[in-house]
Structures are given as structure tokens and as C-alpha cells.
Design a protein around this ligand. Structure first.
Ligand code: ZN
Length: 689
């Protein structure tokens, strides 16, 4: 194929999502890898004294094209996966991983960066450039550049195998999710389930030429069934299927992640050992804010201690209520969401479904954009771009003076072939290209229910308040990428930001979903057009921390499991735990309040730590929540819609990206170091509440 005909090699503008096809992947990636290798060789063997323009700049340029093309492929494989695309992605993954592994341990380049850091010019670098060089030196050490040749080869093999296993882990979860369905013929069997969910289930069955209703384990179906279905046996069936996805108890042994989990952990332990660390958690923490596993464990356990009394109170209330009001004497895992929702309705006199009627997609988006425009002084407008699916929309962000800031894609609805969850990814990072600035572009992906037809009428998509919170969260990640003013590769936007600080810009956004000034104008009842009534809002606020103790200890259980897994367990070695499941059991014994059924294999679908970047890093959510709650408390002090506070957050946090340590950015914004008080107060976990 002529390179000019390959849309993956067109870097003149936005990715050509309307033209990219599986057959383009291999030729494009092979060509870009060859070009990147040639650049690395040229730079590594150059006799010129190493400096920024001779080393850092050309390497960044070569990697940028490879990154952009590979990101487009990875993104499409995540949101419009087909067997051919998955094959193309998985087929090229080893070569891409091998390239980065080689790069990370290239001693010639490592030597050049060391020389730059030691040169007199280094002192004259700006802060962003200095940080890039320091990060490079750190990453070379972590990439194995200091290892002897035989260990380098093994290190590289470990990284390649890990990349393949992570991809396989995700594939198994997606395949197991897609393979499962349960058909309910009689609508009476779905009593309690909201009408729009039932309508979608009917449409999904009809699409297969069947009568009745098709239930799936995708979030827009699974979650409401667990929360609302009166049929206890149906909930038990769905819960079991969901909790055993891709496990030894799953439907298809070929999709069992058990062996993958053990292998991934063994390889991570080996990687740590090769690098001279005591365990993988130590490796994971090097580029993070937290200094050592002991500090993280102390943080997690301190929070567990503070949250436990609240969690125990929550659970006692729930079991009481289930027994007396619902006639459920033995509260089980598949009753928790249902009983919680019933108790919430009884105590606060509203249902999440009632609230959902007010959150029409068009109003929610308009409200989100208006908030961001007010606080950060930008303007958002819909624009056109090639997209990968007709449901995807595209937007421009400009500064108030009309200057271009960035662009983003919005892909909101769940569908087959799309990975579950919600996330933000960088399509393009901000860069200086000669005199020109290249502006950043974000992917914002959610898995909400698409617009449904109810009684023969097409409704706008409706979001639960929880989904609105998710949308705001991901949009916060997007703003971190889009509002950066750094154009140095490696520390622009979210690049180079410590992982345990990365959730600050996203979690802070969640707070505005609880402000009357914001909700008032972003709601309109789907039938009447009325905005959210103040009385209903007040009940939502009152219910905000309903069972927050249980939610907190659940997050702590995951974080503790993750840290113990990567500090105290090595498969096949003598130690306190025979396998990963035993580690999970230990974490639960220590902090959990709610018993889980024996079949619970949530670990087998825990992509965050086995396929994503959260290994020995899941604590980051709570760690960053300390930062985000404390940062938001400044808005609470000066006005939640204050453009002054907004400008300061934009200038000191969002604009800075990874160009300086996250703690410095935080202190510059808040005027002092972070304190945990705001987090406890926001979660209702203070003794006075
Ligand atoms: Zn996030």
C-alpha cells in the first residue's frame, strides 16, 4: 500500500477515524517504528555534544507520530472493536512494546541525557525542560538502562509478556461480558426495573429477532436491575454472573483470568527484582507523590480506621431495614444495591429514577459547558471531525479572546464492542512546532444508555445523577489535558503528572454536581420541562452521604488488596499467601464490613490493576480525593462559581501539567499543604455529623 493512502500516516490534522481500517494498522505501525528506530540510531550515534535540540527534541518528534497513530488504533480497538481490529492491535502490540522496552534501556541515549543534566546549559533550562530531563533519567533507570546485557534481555522479555497478558486480560473480560445474556419473556419478571431499561432490553431482544427482554452485564442494564428488580432470584443470577466474569467460575474456561493474574504478578515481582527493588510496589511508587509502600499502607489504614464506625453503622441500618421493611432476613450481596435504594427512597423520599427524569443529556451538557465557561473563562462549541461511530460528537474549546485552546470527542453511549467504564485519553498532546502551537485533543468516553423509545416516542438520553458525576469527572481529566499551557513534550497536560495526583482535576469536578447554582440550570424534566425542584435537590443533598461509610471501606478494600498484592505476595514463593485470592481474603478480613459470597471473583475483572495503570496505585483515588476535597474547599470559601478561584486553579494546577511536582502546584493554588479535613467533612465522616 502506498503510504499516502494510509490514513494512519496522515498527520496533517485530526485522526482520519472515518477511513482507518484494520488493514492499515500493520503497514503504518511498521513504517513508524522503522522511522522512530532510525531517529533513535541517528541521535544515539551522533558525535555532537548532547543538548536539548540534538537529543530530546528529535526523539520526542519521532515518538509523537508513533504515539498518535498507535493511540488511534488502541482507541478504536477499545470503542468499536471488531475481530479484525483486535487482531491487528494484538498483532502489533509486541513490536510496539519491544520498541519502547529497547528505548527505555538504551544506554547510549541514557548517557546523552546524563550528559545534558551535567552540562552547564542545564542550569539555564526552564523548569519544564529540567523536569523532562530528570524524568528521562528516572525512566531510564526504571526501564532497565543500568542493567547488564543478559538481564536487559530478560527485562525486555518480561515487559513484552506483561503487555500481552494485560491486553488478554481485558479481552477476556469484554468477551465474557458480551457472551452472557439472560432472556426474560414476561415483563412481570422485571417488576421494579425502570421503564427505559425495560424498553432497551426489549429492543435488544428484538434486534436478535426474539420476543421478550434481553438482559446483559453491561452497566446500563446490570446496575439498574441490581438496584430495582423486585425479583430476588433474578438479582442473584445476575450478581453471580457479573461477579464471576472471566474467572474459574465463569461460563467459558477459555476466558478464565486466574492463570493470567498469577503470571502478571510473578512477572512484576521479577521486574522489581531485576531493578533491585524489594517489590513491585516500590517500583510503582518511584514516579508518584507517595514516597514508599509503608506510607501508602499507613494512609489507607488510617482512613479505614476513621471510616469503619460509619460503615458499621451503615450496614447495621441496612440489615435492619431489609429485615423489617423488605422481609429479607439474610441480606446477601445481590440485595445490597436493591435494599440500599429502597432505604434511600424511604428515608429521603425520592428515587434515583425520579431524579433521572430531570437530567436530559442536552441540558446536562449545556450545564457542564456553562460551568466550565464561567469558572475557567473558555467557550465551548460543537464542531466537525471524522468520527468512528455516528453517535460521537466533537467540540472546540476557545479562550474568551477567541484563541484556540483544544478540541475533544464525546462518545457517551454503551454498545457492543465497546469496553465498559468511563475514561479520558489523549488523542493529541499540546506541542510547540516551530512558531506554531499544536493544540491538544481529548477522547471522552462513557457507557451511558442511549436515547430510548418509550411508548413509541424517542426520548433524549437521560442520565442518573451518578452518571452526571461520572461525566463531570472525566471532563475534569479532559480539562487537565486541554487547558495546559505547557508545550514541552513529556510534561504537557497529563503527561508526567504523578499518578496519585492525576485524579485531582477530575474529582474536583464532581463537587459541582452537588451545587444548586449548577443543577438548577442544567435540569429540565423530560416530560414537563420543569427544572429540578428545590425540595427534591435538598433531599438529594441530604442523601449525598447515604452509606458513604460503606462506599469508603469498599474503596479501601480495593486499595489495600492492591498494595498487599504488590508488596507481600510473589506467586510460587513462600509467604503468608498461597495465591492472589488469599490476599484479597486478607484485605477483606482487615477492613471489609460486608461479607461477600464465596463465588465472588471481582478480582478477575479488576482491569485497573491487572490491565490498566493502577497496579500498586489504586490508593491514588483516595489520595487524590484528599487533594481534590481540600482544593474545592477554597471554592467553598470564596464562592463555588468564582472565576477568580477558577483562574487560580487553571493557572496553578491545570495549566502546569507535569512541568513541576503536583505538591508544588497544589500549594501554589491552596496556599498551604493538603489537609484531610475537607475529605472527611464532604463524606459526612466527622463526629459532629
Ligand atoms: Zn479518573
Amino acid at each position: 500500500m502506498n503510504a499516502n493512502d494510509n490514513p494512519l500516516l496522515d498527520f496533517t490534522g485530526l485522526p482520519r477515524f472515518d477511513r482507518i481500517a484494520p488493514e492499515h494498522v500493520t503497514p503504518a505501525i511498521e513504517r513508524l517504528l522503522a522511522q522512530a528506530r532510525a531517529t533513535v540510531e541517528r541521535v544515539a550515534t551522533s558525535a555532537a555534544p548532547p543538548d536539548w535540540d540534538g537529543v530530546a527534541a528529535p526523539i520526542a518528534h519521532a515518538l509523537d507520530r508513533l504515539d498518535r497513530a498507535w493511540t488511534a488504533v488502541r482507541h478504536m480497538n477499545a470503542v468499536v472493536s471488531t475481530p479484525a481490529l483486535r487482531e491487528a492491535y494484538n498483532g502489533n502490540l509486541p513490536a510496539v512494546t519491544a520498541f519502547y522496552a529497547d528505548l527505555g534501556q538504551d544506554e547510549r541515549l541514557y548517557g546523552k541525557y546524563k550528559a545534558i543534566a551535567a552540562s552547564p546549559a542545564f542550569a539555564a533550562f526552564d523548569g519544564a525542560q529540567r523536569r523532562v530531563i530528570e524524568n528521562e533519567l528516572r525512566d531510564f533507570r526504571l526501564g532497565g538502562a543500568e542493567l547488564p546485557a543478559d538481564r536487559k534481555a530478560r527485562f525486555k522479555a518480561v515487559q513484552e509478556e506483561l503487555a500481552g497478558l494485560s491486553a488478554k486480560f481485558d479481552d477476556n473480560v469484554l468477551d465474557a461480558t458480551n457472551a452472557w445474556a439472560h432472556y426474560v419473556e414476561d415483563p412481570a419478571g422485571l417488576a421494579g426495573v425502570p421503564a427505559d431499561v425495560v424498553a432497551q432490553a426489549r429492543a435488544d431482544a428484538a434486534a436478535e429477532g426474539r420476543s421478550g427482554h434481553k438482559l446483559t452485564l453491561r452497566a446500563p442494564c446490570y446496575l439498574p436491575v441490581m438496584q430495582y428488580a423486585d425479583d430476588r432470584a433474578l438479582r442473584a443470577r445476575m450478581h453471580r454472573a457479573y461477579s464471576t466474569l472471566a474467572s474459574d467460575l465463569g461460563a467459558d474456561p477459555a476466558l478464565d483470568n486466574t492463570a493470567l493474574i498469577e503470571r502478571i504478578l510473578a512477572l512484576r515481582a521479577e521486574e522489581a527484582e531485576l531493578l533491585g527493588f524489594a517489590n513491585f510496589a516500590e517500583v510503582s511508587l518511584v514516579p508518584k507523590m507517595a514516597a514508599a509502600p509503608a506510607e501508602v499502607l499507613a494512609f489507607v489504614r488510617d482512613l479505614a480506621r476513621r471510616a469503619r464506625p460509619f460503615a458499621e453503622r451503615d450496614y447495621a441500618e441496612l440489615t435492619d431495614f431489609a429485615r423489617t421493611a423488605l422481609g429479607i432476613a439474610d441480606l446477601q450481596a445481590w440485595d445490597l444495591a436493591y435494599a440500599s435504594e429502597q432505604l434511600r427512597q424511604q428515608r429521603y423520599d425520592f428515587s434515583e429514577q425520579e431524579v433521572k427524569r430531570y437530567f436530559r443529556e442536552d441540558r446536562v451538557l449545556a450545564g457542564l459547558f456553562a460551568l466550565v465557561e464561567t469558572i475557567y473563562g473558555v467557550a465551548i462549541a460543537e464542531a466537525r471531525a471524522p468520527v468512528w461511530h455516528p453517535d460521537v460528537r466533537f467540540y472546540d474549546i476557545r479562550d474568551r479572546d477567541g484563541g484556540h485552546v483544544g478540541q475533544f470527542y464525546l462518545d457517551l453511549y454503551a454498545r457492543e464492542g465497546k469496553q465498559s467504564g468511563a475514561w479520558m485519553d489523549d488523542a493529541v498532546n499540546r506541542r510547540r512546532d516551530g512558531e506554531r502551537i499544536r493544540h491538544p485533543v481529548a477522547f471522552l468516553t462513557c457507557n451511558f444508555a442511549p436515547p430510548a423509545e418509550v411508548d413509541g416516542r424517542r426520548q433524549p438520553a437521560l442520565f442518573t445523577h451518578r452518571e452526571v458525576v461520572t461525566l463531570f469527572h472525566e471532563f475534569g481529566h479532559g480539562l487537565h489535558l486541554l487547558l495546559t499551557r505547557v508545550d514541552v513534550p513529556g510534561v504537557s497536560g497529563i503527561e508526567g503528572v504523578e499518578w496519585d495526583a492525576v485524579e485531582l482535576p477530575s474529582q474536583i469536578m464532581e463537587n459541582w454536581c452537588w451545587e444548586w447554582e449548577v443543577l438548577q440550570s442544567m435540569t429540565a424534566h423530560v416530560d414537563t420541562g420543569e427544572p429540578l425542584p428545590r425540595a427534591l435537590f435538598d433531599r438529594m443533598r441530604a442523601a449525598k452521604n447515604f452509606q458513604s461509610g460503606l462506599a469508603t471501606v469498599r474503596q479501601i478494600e480495593f486499595a489495600l488488596f492492591d498494595m498487599l498484592l504488590h508488596t507481600e505476595y510473589v506467586p510460587g514463593r513462600p509467604g503468608p499467601y498461597p495465591d492472589a485470592r488469599a490476599v484479597l481474603a486478607a484485605a477483606r478480613r482487615e477492613v471489609a464490613v460486608v461479607p461477600r459470597p464465596d463465588y465472588d471473583r471481582f478480582m478477575h475483572a479488576f482491569g485497573h490493576i491487572f490491565a490498566g495503570g493502577y497496579a500498586a496505585g489504586y490508593y491514588s483515588y483516595k489520595w487524590a480525593e484528599v487533594l481534590s476535597a481540600d482544593a474545592y474547599s477554597l471554592f467553598e470559601e470564596v464562592g463555588v462559581l468564582s472565576p477568580v478561584a477558577g483562574a487560580r486553579f487553571r493557572d496553578e494546577v491545570l495549566a502546569r501539567g507535569g512541568s513541576r511536582p503536583a505538591l508544588e502546584s497544589f500549594v501554589a493554588f491552596r496556599g498551604r499543604e493538603p489537609q484531610i479535613d475537607a475529605l472527611l467533612r464532604h463524606n459526612g465522616m466527622t463526629t459532629s455529623s
